[in-house]
Design a binder for this molecule. Structure first.
Ligand SMILES: CC(C)(COP(=O)(O)OP(=O)(O)OC[C@H]1O[C@@H](n2cnc3c(N)ncnc32)[C@H](O)[C@@H]1OP(=O)(O)O)[C@@H](O)C(=O)NCCC(=O)NCCS
Length: 291
């Protein structure tokens, strides 16, 4: 993965939260190639008194505060809190394949981006108009981060949409990825790691991994049908590999899935063995030395 270049906190209207004014803050690390990884996705704040009392400057300063270190407690100094905060964020970045330490993160520039929706609520000019330079949340390339089990519903929808082409290829609408229930997927997410790609708030891709005995098992790589062929699948695969300490990675696909086989071979996977699951359905197991 490429080097980190800046921290970006994207502030948006949080319709899920109650209260008068609710704003979410998504904290990401941007890399030299323009891609981003999620450092914190659970921050936000609310106030009463209405949107008219909130300014763009308030949002900028509060956003930086809510994604920053907590107030000191338990006899710890401000500096100790800050060091622990940056080390924790660096650990998250490293788990997503970005080589950085707390000190490195701390010295990066930090920008706050207000979504067009939030700017509209604040009565400020939209992105690019007049004062300019406000990147919208719908940035490209998409952001890659860890998906929690709470994303299961959206992920199931994405998975089903993506696997329709495979169902057509094998003339089988009962492929496991299509028949998996929400309950099964939720349990699976609790037992495995799921990296996801978001374009703004839309889930556009995902990949699941499990580490067993120094082997990274990769599965269910999916990209939204309207965004396939744009490199999202490749980014997810590279991020999953980069974030793992395993020596070997393994995955499989159907022998008729020529495009998938091309993708995996291009990423350094080589055929290990073939397995006939049932007459007419053969799968190809591939492996790659990661280190
Ligand atoms: C396979 C998949 C995840 C690839 O993601 P992607 O973002 O489209 O892939 P990228 O843009 O990074 O790479 C493009 C390569 O992916 C492969 N690919 C597989 N299916 C593809 C599709 N429907 N459209 C475009 N590329 C596809 C090809 O090798 C392509 O390279 P090519 O242009 O030389 O043919 C995605 O196409 C998908 O969700 N397919 C349906 C579900 C599936 O089969 N998952 C894999 C299970 S093993």
């Amino acid at each position: 993965m490429s080097d980190p270049t800046r921290l970006v906190t994207s502030a948006d209207v949080d319709d899920r939260a109650g209260g008068d004014v609710s704003i979410s803050a998504l904290h990401e690390l941007e890399l030299a190639d323009g891609s981003r990884v999620v450092l914190l996705d659970d921050r936000g704040w609310g106030t009463s008194g209405g949107w008219c009392r909130v300014s763009v400057a308030d949002v900028r300063s509060t956003a930086i505060m809510v994604v920053g270190p907590d107030e000191p407690f338990g006899g710890r100094s401000q500096e100790e809190m800050a060091a622990a905060h940056w080390d924790e964020l660096a650990r998250t970045a490293r788990s997503l394949g970005v080589a950085v330490d707390g000190a490195g993160l701390r010295q990066l520039p930090h920008d706050v981006a207000l979504s067009p929706r939030l700017l509209a609520r604040l009565g400020a000019p939209p992105s690019g108009a007049g004062t300019g330079a406000e990147p919208s949340l719908d940035t490209s390339p998409p952001t890659i981060g860890v998906a929690s089990p709470a994303a299961a519903g959206e992920l199931l929808t994405l998975q089903r949409a993506a696997y329709v082409s495979e169902a057509q290829l094998y003339d089988d609408v009962r492929l496991p990825a299509l028949t998996q229930t929400l309950g099964e997927l939720t349990s699976e997410l609790a037992a495995s790691t799921c990296l996801a790609a978001w374009s703004g708030r839309r889930l556009v891709g995902a990949i699941r991994t499990r580490e067993v005995d120094d082997v990274l098992h990769v599965g269910r790589l999916v990209v939204a049908p309207d965004l396939q062929g744009l490199g999202i699948g490749s980014r997810l695969l590279a991020a999953a590999e980069a974030g793992s300490p395993c020596r070997l990675a393994t995955l499989f696909t159907g022998s008729r899935s020529e495009a998938n086989l091309r993708l995996y071979r291009r990423h350094g996977y080589v055929e290990d063995r073939r397995e006939e699951l049932r007459p007419g359905l053969e799968i190809v197991h591939l492996v790659k030395e990661l280190r």
